[in-house]
Design a protein around this ligand. Sequence first.
Ligand code: NAD
Length: 500
Amino acid sequence: MAQTLTAPKVKVDRKWQLFIDGKFVDGASERTLVNPANGKPLTTVAEASKTQVEEAIRAARKAFDHGPWPRMTALERSQFLNKIADAIDAHAEELAELETLNGGKPLRETTYDIADAAYCFRYYAGLITKPSGQSIDVPAPSVTTVVREPIGVCGQIVPWNYPLLMAAWKLAPALAAGNTCVLKPSEFTPLTAIRLAELLHDLKLPEGVVNIVLGDGPTVGQPIAESTIVDKIAFTGSVNTGKRVATSALTNLKKVTLELGGKSPMVVFPDFDLDIAVDYALFAIYCNAGQVCSAGSRMIVEQSIYDQFVKKMAARAKKIRVGPGLEAETEMGPLVSESQLKRVLEYIEIGKKEGAKLVTGGDQPKGEKYGSGYYVNPTIFSDVKPDMRVVQEEIFGPVVVVQKFSTEEEAIELANNSVFGLAGAVFTNDITRAHRVVKQLRAGITWVNAYHNTYTECPWGGYKQSGWGRELGTFGLEAYTEVKQININLDPQAVGWFEA
Ligand code: NAD
């Protein structure tokens, strides 16, 4: 019998404050967070007023314009980032439990997330000390170098599905490059970001380099996006909010990167082992209860194996152990919030009304252990049509649609029939076909015979309405830099353009 850990070890009944200019401060209001595993109040956190957000932005401005952080050597910043990674690792158990309590995802997932967050700081600690820039061979006596410099004050807005990891994806490259930051976690899942701020404070990060403001989008996110003294905005969230953020950012034409939603296809050809394909399909959609931007939410399966695929996937989906994230045997946790639960259940009704066939799930698990938690059973719709809303729109829950194809061309057409272009996968043993198909997928993150492998070293981001720009890898660092050319005249003489 697996060990059960329903009683949390971490203490949540404490003060959770804003972090502005190196100090922890109370907010203008408070929000009660709810534990998604049982629907009961978890704790209360401070929330910022617009004035406090502006204070945080001014602190980041001062830290950038006059503080030590941008003026440190790359090696000094690298050493600091390694210390942040060490601190996250040293508090990994606590942070994972906090993430599970706050967002609902199972401990085995949050344990990965926290380790990944630490690694992200370590990766950028290494990358920033590597050679960069260019030296251009211009006509003598000039020499030209091209250097990368920090952009300045970076506003960073993140969602609730990977709270600390998304914060790390934003803070690590920004700090490595010498920027200062105002980070806004999701109003649903701010706890690990505040713990991170406490760790940064203990490490004596210079004042104002990282500021953390809590609260909802309109009150806290929008002033950051609109601010004329913020130089860059990095946003991760839904397409609609992303468009609003990009519009707000026009005030001063700040640099914008957007990591938005997806409706990613997983194409399965009949030459591939069916059981392994089904196993990947479960992982593609039900990991983090489908609340993953790159989730494989559209299975596109060749007609000769379609019925078997659906049958096998449904049999496996029914066996997934849904439950509270703190229980060691849980394989899939609750959704993050009541509003997300409502949204997913509404989409299930939409699917049924549109005429899709509900193969399994579509309801909430019943039993004492679920309390008033926000659980939804793994759900599969088959016999869907390409224009159905459940096929086109991001549901962001444990709901998958299975589409049928007969030719390779049709598979590619179905896969690309989306306003999104975040991720996609193809499963086949034919290497030529694999390469041909994957090259035609209009998506930024693709896999052959795999799903969800995410590497800090590789660029993350989407085509079409899945976003602007890339995070992670060398691309992620570049997105936090400006490019400057420096031309030096080694033998200055009069120009002689105008007569003396
Ligand atoms: P959301 O768009 O509702 O919120 C994201 C963040 O934006 C939150 O912090 C929210 O408070 C803030 N916000 C809301 N309104 C705002 C406004 N007017 N101005 C500024 N900020 C505002 O998204 P969510 O529900 O938190 O997250 C789920 C979405 O995130 C999904 O669409 C998912 O695909 C996407 N996502 C994308 C990636 C990626 O890397 N592409 C990763 C994770 C999640």
